[in-house]
Design a protein around this ligand. Structure first.
Ligand SMILES: Nc1ncnc2c1ncn2[C@@H]1O[C@H](COP(=O)(O)OP(=O)(O)OP(=O)(O)O)[C@@H](O)[C@H]1O
Length: 859
């Protein structure tokens, strides 16, 4: 057998192409235990890569080729932590603040360079020895840019990672924690993330030939069990149960059935049993081996299945020894109702098919349609036949309706994020109507806002070449929009400062089941997204400068988790390797926690940086003055400032915990701003002013005598001087005075005077920071700049006005401007009152299924 990859427990052999992060097309996989590896000639059998893996991964091979490839990469990454980055993180971490840090260090270096020129000039003029010139000049660099800076900067994120771990959230990329502080949009997968993974079976609707409708196909009534006898008495074929029992990728691991939770629940409903072949795993991949499915005792047939899967559907070919001959087999296919419809013979589709699908979907149910096709082929041919050849002209057998239950904490967490003005977006592979209903239920679509469905009319363009779109209004939204004071949701009037300019406060929500680049900024629900589209959507959001978190649980979220600034996985399997964060508590409570800790890490990183830079500049001012007198601080004075005042204080600063709740104002995520510049330069000038004043003033005192410059400067030269003591300014307790080589200042009043000058300089610095930097620069100046930009772009409609509030970012305005073409929203009638018990509960989520009730807008 030749396969593309081998999952080998315990040892790792890697092909170079995987290390570059390229995707290798993998269609055939062998799983080998360590004990079997010698017998299995690895080099001969594997085309591309040999990997280590874990047995449990076998159950995940239901997602199609792409997913397989990802699983294999995961398998490798699982046991070789060090190489995880090269494979799973080909994309470097994007963080503008790291760039800013670098720029800021360059800025400090420029200040250091000025100091160096000053030092060289002074030393040359005083004819100092070359060695002294070099050492004193280089001193200035380490004073202005402290060597402990990088270590001190990472203290915040290390502490945050430890706090996260206590809350069962594990992080494999510490740098990402700082990025989380800047997150302004969170994308959620639906199934398994917002809703429970284990869906409850609700109803089965089989198809029958209806006598009343001239033998046309129709749906049976709702059945709440999968009893074949009940279904057959209603005229349905029992094949629908056989299809549910065989069309899946469940497998036994150590005797326990494992696999997709949806399949597991449906299979358990059938009461069938599954017995896999006795072969070793190696042999399993040499040939397609039948898996045996045993129906309940009254039947005694055996079925062999060949599982394959692809986007939105999966198919099996089944042989029933009691019914089929050696040349007869049956293909069973199950998947999304839209996809199965495209594969079925129209004759077998009931007239009210889409009506029923929409009916269930708009009440939040998850639907799986089931179809079959009789094949004339033997087992050997069936195992190799291309799926396109057999997956056509299917006969629809019916559909299964599953309940989509929200996890208990979901609503609360989404509300927390909304209240903090962090945009929440749903990105799911499921049906648009189901997605909208769940979005309404969990608060992504807010109760006081209308929801619109956007549909794309491919190929239709207006006179300006813009794509035509259809906008449908949610059926109940106009009547049932909950009248809420906007302040109840947004307690404070929101004013974007700095980083917060992307917040979109629109009066409505839009949902779409296609990925249209321009709409990522305005749609809140993205349905029928393939794994690649999920990833693409994250990239599009990043293109318009969002800092994006993605929270998901499944193999289909791996790409998006990897692409996001912060991927948060709720699963231990493949998603956990693609994501920097993994929560052991499988619900979305981890999302605000990660953002809060990210904010704490970001704030502490910036504060530590500013503190260290500020103190270094204060020390720099002292040095400039002391160099003028050809003296310097003593070694212990340097040590005291560097170690105690700068490094240890910075380390304590870095252990600040996160705030208890997610505040509406995020911390600034830029360091290179006008306010930072004025803050640093202003504090430097204030400090230098105070120190120069003392430096000059001390020289006018009667007891002062100037520093005696030694004949030849040497390392152990006596640096004791009144100038240095006045600059260093420590209360003259005798042991401290001798420890720091201070020159005791004899006049008590003058010591008090130095103290007062230093306090005054602190007060002036404080006032400058708060009045000039915070109020005038940050508040008034940014407000003035914002007022010059258009803030709200209005989208007019024939019936009402919809306001798109787009913040102040010019790119947003540009995008919103393209939406200002007329949106002609036609309101549809309230959908018929349904008997379904969930209809009341979910009425807010109901949306129109009337395909004609639309009109066109242009994008
Ligand atoms: N085991 C399965 N058997 C048949 N069809 C399936 C199965 N799992 C998913 N599907 C179909 O494929 C569609 C896409 O599945 P996918 O796993 O990408 O997303 P999802 O599970 O519906 O939602 P989410 O992306 O929120 O997890 C589903 O909506 C469903 O119609």
């Amino acid at each position: 057998m030749q396969c593309d990859a081998v999952l080998l427990n315990g040892s790792v052999i890697v092909d170079e192409s995987m290390l570059t992060g390229e995707s290798v097309p993998i269609t055939k996989v062998a799983l080998v235990d360590e004990d079997d590896s010698e017998r299995f000639n690895l080099e001969k059998h594997s085309k591309h890569v040999l990997f280590c893996g874990t047995k449990v991964l076998q159950t995940r091979f239901y997602g199609g080729k792409d997913v397989k490839a990802r699983v294999i990469r995961t398998a490798f990454a699982t046991s070789k932590g060090q190489l995880v980055r090269s494979i799973m993180y080909p994309k470097p971490i994007d963080a503008s603040f790291y760039r800013d840090l670098f720029m800021f260090i360059l800025f400090l270096s420029t200040i250091a360079a000025i100091g160096m020129v000053y030092s060289i000039t002074l030393k040359v003029m005083s004819k100092a020895p070359i060695r002294d010139i070099i050492i004193r000049t280089l001193d200035i660099i380490t004073i202005v840019v402290p060597p402990a800076l990088p270590a001190a900067l990472s203290v915040g994120s290390i502490n945050a990672a430890m706090r996260l771990q206590k809350q069962k959230i594990f992080c494999i990329s510490k740098n990402t924690i700082n990025t989380c502080g800047a997150i302004n949009v969170v994308c959620f997968d639906k199934t398994g993330t917002l809703t429970e993974d284990g869906l409850d079976f609700q109803t089965i609707r089989a198809t029958v030939k209806s006598k009343e409708k001239n033998e046309k196909t129709a749906f049976t009534e709702e059945f709440n069990t999968m009893d074949p006898n009940e279904l057959m008495s209603a005229g349905s074929k029992k094949d629908i149960i056989t299809a549910v029992a065989t069309c899946h990728s469940l497998t036994r691991i150590e005797g326990v059935l494992n696999g997709d939770p949806l399949d597991l629940i449906l299979f358990n409903q059938t009461g069938w049993n599954l017995k896999e072949g006795e072969q070793t795993e190696t042999e399993l991949f040499d040939n397609v081996q039948p898996t045996i499915f045993t129906p309940p005792p009254e039947h005694h047939s055996f079925y062999g299945s060949c599982v394959d899967s692809a986007l939105q559907r999966m198919s099996v070919i089944v042989s029933n020894p009691s019914d089929d001959t050696a040349h007869d087999m049956t293909l069973y296919c199950k998947g999304s109702p839209e996809m199965i419809r495209t594969l079925c013979d129209e004759e077998t589709i009931p007239d009210d098919y889409m009506e029923k699908v929409n009916y269930y979907a708009q009440h939040g149910y998850r639907l799986i349609a089931i179809a079959q096709k009789k094949l004339e082929m033997n087992f050997a041919k069936a195992s190799k036949v291309p799926r396109a050849q057999v997956e056509c002209d299917l006969e629809l057998l019916g559909m299964v309706v599953m309940e989509n239950r929200l996890k208990p904490v979901t609503l609360n967490v989404i509300n927390q994020l909304n209240a903090a003005h962090i945009r929440t977006v749903m990105v799911t592979g499921d049906n648009l109507l189901t997605a909208m209903s769940v979005a309404r239920e969990c608060g992504i679509i807010r109760p006081n806002k209308r929801a619109y469905l956007v549909e794309h009319l491919p190929g239709q363009h207006d006179e300006r070449g813009r794509t035509m779109l259809v906008v449908k209004q949610a059926v109940s939204s106009s009547q049932e929009v909950v009248k809420m004071n906007e302040d109840e949701i947004f307690p404070e009037t929101f004013e974007p400062i700095g980083s917060q300019k992307h917040f979109v406060a629109s009066k409505y929500h839009m949902a779409i089941s296609e990925l249209l680049g321009r709409l990522v900024g305005v749609c809140d629900v993205f349905a029928r997204m393939s794994p690649d589209q999920k990833q693409e959507m994250i990239n599009l959001l990043q293109d318009i400068d969002y800092t994006v978190a993605m929270c998901g649980d499944g193999a289909n979220d791996c790409g998006a988790l990897k692409a996001a600034h912060a991927g948060i996985s709720l699963s231990d399997a493949e998603a956990s390797i693609a994501a920097p964060f993994t929560s052991k508590v499988a619900d979305i409570r981890c999302v605000p926690i990660v953002i809060r800790e990210g904010r704490a890490a970001l704030v502490t990183m910036f504060s530590v940086f500013k503190y260290m830079a500020g103190y270094s500049l204060a020390q720099f001012s002292s040095i400039l003055l002391l160099y003028w007198s050809q003296t310097n601080l003593t070694d212990l004075q340097f040590l005291y400032v560097d170690l105690f005042l700068i490094t240890i204080t910075a380390l304590f600063l870095g252990s600040n915990p996160a705030a208890d709740e997610l505040h509406v104002y995020p911390p600034p995520n830029r360091l290179m701003t006008l306010s930072s510049f004025f803050s640093v330069v202003g504090q430097l000038v204030i400090n230098l002013g105070a120190q120069t004043f003392i430096y000059l003033n001390v020289q006018t005192q009667s007891w002062f005598y100037p520093y005696a410059i030694p004949a030849k400067d040497s390392d152990d030269a006596d640096l004791t001087s009144f100038e240095a003591t006045a600059e260093f300014s420590l209360w003259p307790i005798s042991w401290l005075t001798s420890l720091f080589d201070n020159m005791p200042i004899p006049d008590f009043n003058y010591r008090l005077f130095i103290m007062i000058v230093s306090i005054m300089s602190g007060v002036v610095g404080y006032i400058y920071e708060n009045v000039f930097v915070h109020f005038i620069i940050e508040h008034l100046f940014y407000k003035w700049r914002k007022a010059r930009q258009v803030d709200n772009v209005k989208v007019s409609t024939e019936y009402e006005r919809i306001h798109l509030s787009v913040g102040s970012d010019p790119r947003w305005i540009d995008r919103a401007n393209r939406l200002t073409a007329k949106i002609d929203v036609k309101q549809t009638n309230e959908h018929a009152n349904h008997q379904n018990p969930r209809s009341q509960q979910k009425s807010n989520g109901a949306i129109s299924s009337d395909e004609n009730a639309t009109s066109v807008t242009k994008l």
